[in-house]
Design a binder for this molecule. Structure first.
Ligand code: FAD
Length: 384
């Protein structure tokens, strides 16, 4: 009997894990990769589409292009997870596993912020970002708010990137003079583990006249009055709101008992990413390991889990432990990208080092994306 690995979610974590298992074990393993979507979109591509840097078709990479030894890809919605029995019910059948990996990411709870559903402008989901592509060219004047609505959110640099990119977008169209841009964030600085990166971002904000509203969340919107209510009780008017919705654990994961409630990410062993159920792992944004919710961290976690599965199958002891390290590229606008390398778990507290924005890092970020597409899909597949 082949070892059966069922991977739930074909995002950064699921794709990396599946690729590593196939590369190491080929046809001797049976990997089933399940996702409800029919294509993968990088998180950073949402900004590219919304700000007209890429057309939507160029950033949607169909799962049908994945052809790997030992791997089956199934388009299906995961309805139930039984971690004790390592059994999964989907709308395309029920599957049993020897090893189960939950990589379902973070969901959004739009309704948790009164007024956000009515206002309708968020850029964290694929439909939200794609819809903003048509909204932005119609914007003419007034206050723009990039607003974070919950404390735990994906890719901590992304709200700052959106503020810098909306500046460029308006400047290029001769509308920057008639707009004020504010960024509302729950931190004291844009990237708390890296003071240097934060300083560089704050300097870029200052240069461009972007207001940084620190230690605050957008608690509610009043679309009728076009006002955002902040957690400190103050109000900010807006003409255009670019929202980061409240993040939550996917409901199917809460119902499985792997997480105790919608805002409590799946607890795991910090070194192995194994949940309290032996042979059941949680990889990426869905877990509560304490690293930021970002693709690079999901990928690092997938590597540790892959090594552990490969070692188990070969009867060896797993050498890998999760270190919580990753490098994030930061869009600074004006065609430049910086980089922050962060280390969350190996020292007494999280730390980060910064590389100045440059065109060289623009190319490095592009290779980061294309190299993943090459390894995961065997090329750069695009939706027809
Ligand atoms: C605007 C923005 C910019 C970003 N920029 C970066 C960046 O520059 N660098 C970086 O590293 N990260 C970035 N991120 C974060 C990154 O996209 C995520 O952290 C990363 O995708 C998490 O990987 P994951 O595998 O945990 O989950 P995901 O990639 O979210 O994958 C989860 C998968 O599970 C599937 N799924 C969910 N529920 C079900 C279900 N019930 N049934 C079946 N399938 C299901 C989904 O369809 C999805 O494909 C950005 C995010 C955003 C929003």
């Amino acid at each position: 009997m082949k070892h059966r690995v069922v991977v739930l979610g074909a995002g950064f974590g699921g794709l990396e894990l599946t690729t590593l298992l196939s590369d190491a074990l080929g046809d001797s393993i049976d990997v089933l990769l399940i996702d409800k979507a029919d294509c993968f979109v990088f998180g950073f591509s949402k900004l590219d589409v919304m700000f007209w840097r890429q057309p939507p078709a160029a950033v949607q990479h169909p799962y049908s292009a994945i052809v790997k030894p030992g791997v089956r890809v199934l388009k299906a919605v995961v309805r139930e997870i039984d971690p004790a029995g390592k059994r999964v019910v989907t709308d395309a059948g029920t599957f049993e596993a020897d090893v189960l990996v939950v990589a379902l990411g973070a969901d959004y709870d739009h309704a948790a912020t009164p007024g956000l559903v009515e206002e309708g402008t968020e850029f964290y989901s694929v439909p939200g970002a794609f819809a903003l592509r048509d909204v932005l060219p119609r914007f003419e004047r007034g206050p723009v708010i990039v607003g974070v609505t919950g404390k735990s959110f994906k890719c901590p640099p992304a709200p700052s990137e959106a503020a810098l990119l909306v500046h460029d977008f308006l400047e290029e169209r001769g509308r920057r003079e008639s707009a004020e841009i504010a960024l509302v964030m729950p931190f004291g600085t844009p990237i708390p583990p890296s003071p240097e990166t934060s300083q560089a971002i704050l300097a870029a904000f200052e240069e461009r006249g972007i207001r940084f509203v620190k230690d605050n969340l957008v608690k509610a919107l009043e679309p009728g009055r076009k006002v955002a209510v902040l957690s400190d009780g103050s109000e900010l008017p807006y003409s255009l709101f670019l929202g980061i919705p409240v993040h939550r654990v996917p409901q199917v994961v809460v119902e499985s008992g792997l997480a105790s409630h919608p805002y409590d990410w799946v607890p795991v062993n910090k070194q192995t990413l194994e949940t309290k159920y032996p042979g059941v792992y949680a990889v990426g944004d869905v877990n509560g390991v304490g690293t930021p919710k970002a693709g690079v961290f999901a990928e690092g976690a997938a590597r540790v889990v892959a090594e552990s599965i490969i070692a188990q199958i070969r009867g060896l002891t797993s050498p890998a432990v999760y270190l919580g390290q990753g490098a994030c590229y930061v869009e600074f606008g004006h065609g430049q990208v910086g980089r922050v390398d962060v280390d969350f778990l190996s020292g007494p507290k999280p730390s980060g080092t910064f590389r100045e924005p440059s065109e060289m890092l623009v190319r490095e970020k592009s290779v980061f994306g294309s190299s993943r597409l090459e390894r995961w899909f065997g090329g750069v597949p695009q939706r027809k």
